[in-house]
Design a protein around this ligand. Structure first.
Ligand code: AMP
Length: 362
């Protein structure tokens, strides 16, 4: 019996623990919140902060293998522990993704195309960056940004003044890509191989993932290019474990937006829509078992359930529809824009979802 330690006890940790249990493992989660979703299913919960070195070490000591479902684990804590304990993904993928400037440099250096971007530290460098990148552009804080937080679109010269408050921390200015749509890929890599999940088309609302349609409507050429370049990138960077990459798709062009070395919201659909799912393959990797190649079972739609959608999701759960899989994360407090659950519809096409289901959500 092996024990997987999970830094972070959110819904990603919850679903990872569920799959790990199916493979016969135990799980321990570290999360400061007493009611963290993963705590309800893990054998043990260390309710201490992520920046408490002794708490993270306690997790490592009690586990055979450690992973993270939370991106902002401090390097000064994790790096020394990576030398002492079995944390096979290491700190590097976290380090490479924690800063948007470093993340884009890294993507570009390993063969991925990014939107134009420039470092911004003050008003002068912002004005210089606007000349370099052009308008419209997006100003983003380099660290701690998520779900559209810490971002401002600059359309005109006048918007520059309005964006100045963001500059209290280091920023990056990115060319605003007028993309056709957004797409993401989730991959799991062991020392020997990389497996990737079918690519989804993502729709965001207020910077938060709202819907994921799988398969994404890509030509075979673009789909294959996206898959190949992503797998190549993961190998070139020497990453193992799980990695999700979000892209902007514009015609035949594929622009890297960001990456996350943890299970991804857009990969929730894999639980019912794919022959194996992102949590199970990550667990298989962590337990040292060979990976399985995923295949799409049928066209699938995933709808994120935020606080404002919770009542409707509970209603849909009670209605008990065939092919509609409601997941609720058991969070004790519901707030608008807080991720409370998700629903997977499979088999279902995007047209069928828009016709029959879209109207049920505000
Ligand atoms: P991010 O946190 O960087 O993923 O940004 C959140 C969302 O803002 C993305 O999913 C896009 O919908 C939008 N966005 C971010 N960066 C850009 C960009 N350079 N061009 C166009 N839209 C963007």
């Amino acid at each position: 019996m092996k024990t997987i330690g999970i830094i972070g006890g959110g819904q990603l940790g919850l679903m990872l623990a569920e799959e790990a249990h199916r493979l016969g493992a135990h799980c321990i989660t570290l999360d400061p919140a007493k009611d963290a979703p993963a705590a309800a299913v893990c054998e043990e919960h260390i309710a201490k902060p992520f920046n408490d070195p002794e708490a993270v070490e306690e997790l490592c000591r009690k586990s055979d293998v450690v992973t993270y479902e939370f991106e902002n684990v401090p390097g000064e804590i994790l790096i020394p522990l990576c030398k002492k304990y079995n944390i096979p993904q290491g700190y590097k993928p976290l380090y490479d993704s924690q800063d948007r400037l470093r993340e884009k440099d890294n993507a570009r250096n390993h063969g991925l195309r990014t939107p134009l971007y420039a470092q911004v530290d003050d008003e002068e460098s912002l004005r210089r960056a606007v000349l370099e990148v052009g308008l419209p552009a997006v100003l983003k804080t380099r660290t701690m940004g998520y779900d559209g937080h810490g971002q401002q679109v600059i359309k005109t010269e006048e918007d520059i003044a309005k964006a100045l408050p963001l500059l209290s921390v280091p920023c990056i200015l990115e060319q605003f890509v007028k993309f056709d749509f957004e797409a993401s890929i989730v991959m799991v890599a062991s020392k020997d191989e990389v497996v990737s999940f079918p690519v989804g088309r993502n729709v965001h609302r207020d910077g938060i993932l709202d819907l994921c349609f799988v398969p994404a409507e890509l030509s075979d050429t673009v789909r294959e290019k996206l898959r190949r370049q992503s797998e190549h990138f993961m190998r070139e960077c020497g990453y193992e474990g799980i990695l999700a990459i979000e892209y902007f798709i514009k015609g035949e062009e594929i622009y890297f937006n960001e990456m996350a070395p943890r299970p991804h919201n857009s990969g929730h659909y894999t639980i019912e829509g794919s022959t194996t799912n992102q949590y199970r393959e990550l667990a298989r990797y962590l337990l040292g078992e060979p990976l399985r190649h995923p295949a799409l079972v049928a066209p699938t739609v995933m709808k994120n359930i935020l606080g404002q959608d919770l009542d409707e999701a509970e209603k849909i759960l009670r209605e008990n529809h065939k092919g509609v899989f409601v997941h609720l994360y058991g969070k004790s407090e519901s707030r608008p824009k807080r991720k409370m659950g998700h629903i997977t519809f499979t088999p279902m096409t995007g047209e069928e979802y828009e016709r029959d289901w879209a109207k049920r959500f505000v």
